[in-house]
Design a protein. Sequence first.
Lengths: 557, 270
Amino acid sequence: MTLTPNPTHSRTMSRVAAVLTGLMAAVHPAAAQPSFSEGAALFSPVTWERLVNAADEPHNWLMYNGTLDSQRFSRLDQIDVDNVGQLELKWAHHIPQLDRAETTPLVVDGVMFITESPSNVLAVDAVTGRPFWRYDHPLPSDLRICCGRNNRGVSILGETLYMSTLDARLVAIDGRSGSLLWSREVADYRSGYSKTAAPLIVKDQVVTGIAGGEYGIRGFLDSYDADTGERLWRTHTIPGPDHPDNRTWAGDSWRTGGSPTWITGSYDPELNLVYWGTGNPGPDWNGDVREGDNLYADSVLALDGDTGEMSWYFQFTPHDEHDWDAIQVPVLADIELDGETRKAMLWANRNGFYYTLDRETGEFLLGKPFAQQTWAEGLDENGRPIRRPDTSPSQEGTLVAPIAGGGTNWWSPAFSPRTNLMYVNAFDGEALFFSREQEYNEGDNFTGGGTETPLPIEHYHSAIRAIDPTTGDVEWEFPITPRSRAGVLATAGDLVFSASVDGYFYALDARTGTPLWHISLGGPVHAQPMTYAVNGQQYVSMTIGNTLYTFGLDGDD
Amino acid sequence: MRTRLSTRWPAVALLATLTGGAVPAMALAQDADNNPYTSRIDVRTGRRLFRAQCSTCHGLNAAGGNESTGPDLTTGRFRHADSDAGLFRVIRDGVRSTSMLGLGADANDQSLWQLVTYLRSLDVTAGGTPSGSSAAGQQLFTGKGDCTRCHMVNGRGQRIGPDLSSVGDRRALADLETDLVDPDAELLPRWWTMRAVGPGGQVVEGLRMDEDTFTFRIMDAEQNLRAFSKYGDWTYERIQQSTMPGYAETLTADERNDLVAYLFSLRSEP
C-alpha cells in the first residue's frame, strides 16, 4: 500500500500517513511509508505531533537524535543482519569547506537537510543527493571557537529549519527555499560564546544551548518562540548569587564558570521535562580558583518544558578538573529493573562511568565504569564519585584516565529496545593533566592548564561497547584501531552502524558485536550515522572526511 | 640498525608534507620582515599567549599531544611557513581549508611576533654542537655500525628502519644518543612488529607499516609488502618492541658521539 500526499491537504495527509505507517511499522516499515513517485510533491510540514511520534514514521529522520527520547534507534529493517553485506553506494555529497564535518542530516518526506562547516545548510533530494537550495551563513573573521568550525545539524518545525551558528546566533530558515526568516543573537561571540548543536523543538519552542566552556562563559539553556524568534526563557546552568547553589563556587568564580550546553538534549512529552547535559566548569584544569562542587557543571538538568524551571539535576562530576563535560545525549528508555518498569535515563559519561538514572526524579539507580578510569574508587549510593587522592592536575603533570576527551564524548550513543542494549563509542586512555594560573580576559581562551597524552595513540584502546542498562555491565565490545570519534546508530534490522577515524564505515550485529560489513572511505570521522527511506528503499548515511555517503541495497533485489 | 623517527609522533605527519615557499613574498610586503620582539621576556609573554590561545589544539607545550588535531610545533619546521614572517601570517590569518584559525586581523602585531618568538624558542634541533666527528660517524654508519643494513640515507641503504636522510631536522643531540643505546625508549608504532599466523600454521612477521580497525600492512624481513585482514583466516599479534639492537656495548662512547654527529648533520637543507 502506498500513500501520495496531496500538497493542498498535506497536514492532514501527513497525520494519516503517520498513523498508517505506525500501524504497519510492525509489518514492514520501509514499505509502509508514503510513496514519492517521480515528480511528486515532497516535504509536508512537520507538526509537533509528528515530532512526538517520530518513531512511527521511520522513513524520516525528523530531529538530530532521531526521536525525542534520543535513542537513535530506527524501526527500519529492510537492511538487516542477513543482507547488510550487500550494501552499495547510492550517492555522495562533497562538503566544500574542509573542517570537521559533524552533521546529522534530517530527512523529511524525501528531502534531506545537511549542515556544513562552518554554519551552512543545504537541502537535497534524499534519493540522489542533488541540491534544491543552500543557505550560507555570513560569519565574522574573529570567531572564538575551541574545537573546529563545525555544525551538528538543524531542527525542523512546520516548514522552518532552525540552526545554531558559530557567531552564537540562532537562525530560522525556510525549508522550501533556504530563505532566512529571522536571525537572533543568543550571546555575544566576542565574549567567547558560540553555537554548534542542533536545537531541540519542544511544542512551539526552539530550545537551544551554547558553547564556550574554554572561554570563561556562563552557560545557559534558552527557549525561543519558533514563529518570532523571541526569547521565552533562559535557565542559567550556573545559578546566580540569589540561589543557594551559587555557593558551590568560590567567590566570583561562578561568573566565568563555563558549564556550557553544546549538545542537543531530549524531551519526555509525558513528564513535560527537557533533559540537557552541561559541560565543564571553567577554567578547565585549574580547580583551585573555583573551590566547591561547581553546580550545575558536568550535570544533567531536567527542566520544565514550558518555563525552563529546574525540576531536578544530577551532577556526574562534582568539581571537575579534567574537562569531563557531561555533554552526552540523554538517552530515555523504559527498562525493567528489579521487576519494575522504570522510566530511565541511560548515560555513559565522559568521566568513564556509566549511569542509569530515574528520569522522573533524577534518582541514581546504578552505575559503574564502562571505560578505563583511575580517578575514582567508584560511586557511592547516590552516584557521587569517591575520588582518589592525587588525581588533580599539577604543575608537573598528573597521569589520569580517562583523557580530557573522555571515556566517551559527545558522540551520540544508541539504544535498541529489541536488544535492550546501549551502544557507546568508548576510549581507554590516559593523559598528563597540567594546571596553570591564568587570568580571565573576556573573549580569550580560559582553560588554566592543558593536557598531553604521553604515548602515541596506538598504545590506547578504543571500542564500541554494548552496555546492559539494568546492570551497567559491558555485554560485548568491538575493538577499533586506533580510535573513533563517531556516533552510533541502532536499527530494527538488529544492526549497529558506526565509523572510525581511520575512515571505515561499518555495521555490527547488535546482539554480538560481530562485524558484518565495512567499507574504507578514507577520511577522518566526526559525525554519526542516520537512516531513512524513500519509496520503500532504506538508506543509511554517514559523513566520512568531508563527504556525506549514502548506502542502500540493490534496488533490484 | 634502526632508530625511530621522532620523540613526538605528530612530527612525522608534519614533516612528511613539508613544503617550502608556502607564503608568497608579495603577500608579506605589509609585514615587517624581521621579528622585533625576540628577547627572553618576549618568549615568556609568547608562551603565556600560546597557552591562552593555541594550547587547546597544539598542546600546553606546543608538542601536539592532547587528543587534538594540532600538529607538533617544536621541530623548528612548519608545514605552512618557512620564515618568521610566514609564521606571523599563519598565526594571524589561519590556514585556509584547515582547522587552523588565525587570531584575526585585529590581533596586535606585538602579540603575534611574541608567539613567533615563543615557537622559535621550542626548536628541539636548534641547540647544541656535537662533540664527535661527523666524518668518522659516517664511516661507522656504513662500516662497524652496519646501519645501512636497515636504514636508508639519501637513497642508499635498506628499508627496514626509518629513512634517516633528514633525521637531524627532527632529533636533538640527546635524543639521537638515546636512540642508539635504547631503541625501545621512544619507539614509534610504525616500527612495531606484527606477527600473523595463517590457517596452515605458517608465520609471517614484519614491520607494522599501518594498522586500522579491519586490516594491517607490513614489510617483512625480505622487504616484501604484505596486507592482511583482521577478520579473515589469519590470527595476529602486535609486538611492541624495536627490532634494532642497542649500541651501548658494541660501540664505544666516542664512537657513538661520532655517529650522533653524523646523524645530526643529516638535514633536508644544508
